[in-house]
Ligand binder design. Sequence first.
Ligand code: NDP
Ligand code: 8X3
Length: 257
Amino acid sequence: PLDIRGQIALVTGASSGFGEAIAWRLAEAGCKLIITARRLDRLQQLQQQLVEKYQVAVHVAQLDMRDLDAVAQLPASLPEEFQEVDILVNNAGLALSLSSVADHDIEDAKTMIETNFLSVVVLTREVVKGMMARNRGHIVNMSSIAGIEAYKGGGLYCGSKHALEAYTTATRHELVGTNIRVTSIQPGAAKTEFSIVRFKGDVTRADSVYEGLDPLTAPDIADNVMYALTRPVHVQIAEMLVFCSSQASAITIARPK
Ligand code: NDP
Ligand code: 8X3
């Protein structure tokens, strides 16, 4: 595998779930880290733990991905030693509710489109310039089975992830022939805080999503990300569609009767 020790990695949405697990694996691999999210206390705690365990440099940036001006300004505002980002993990994202065509809430729609799609467009625009100048880098976008298949109640979330998929593919087309690789990670159901957020704090409803399943976990997805990042430079993992063993598509999920 490729040794990514010393590379600078920026992970959005590192305060929970996949992002946090990815940060742990990148620190273990010896990367210098920039971790972002809104919940500063969680980021600071993670920073402390990573520095203590792996003695790597970790920069914390509190960032609301919906604030697109702040997102645009982040790369230039990083301390000198973190400016040359090699690995960009566009992970921050969310689903809000399973509302239907007759009752979609436009505020929820804007939140998902801004967080899951527009923030990626803006952050990648600012980071890829440096990658192109240095002719090295890896962009990992956290898509979903929802980026490939739409399902009942998924008009908004699936719409935002389909947009991300199209953007990711276009990015790969534009960067072809360079040393910048572009990967889309497409997980199925994974037990993180995702469903608690989707159902706006209703933990019972969130838990019911995973009932009877042995769902994917954040470390499973971090492992997929690490696989893509550590292939030899001539190997580009374009897409990774990953389910738990009880899932075969967005809607085919085996649960005991
Ligand atoms: P979590 O809810 O556990 O984590 C989501 C992360 O995104 C948090 O760190 C959160 O940080 C951050 N985030 C959300 N909104 C914002 C915002 N406005 N500004 C900054 N950061 C934000 O869920 P997951 O780890 O599961 O989700 C990570 C990604 O994986 C998302 O893009 C999601 O769509 C995708 N995904 C999840 C699947 C699943 O089943 N869990 C399956 C497929 C894809 P904070 O709240 O502190 O700002
Ligand atoms: C999260 C997985 O199936 O809820 O992206 O869309 S799903």
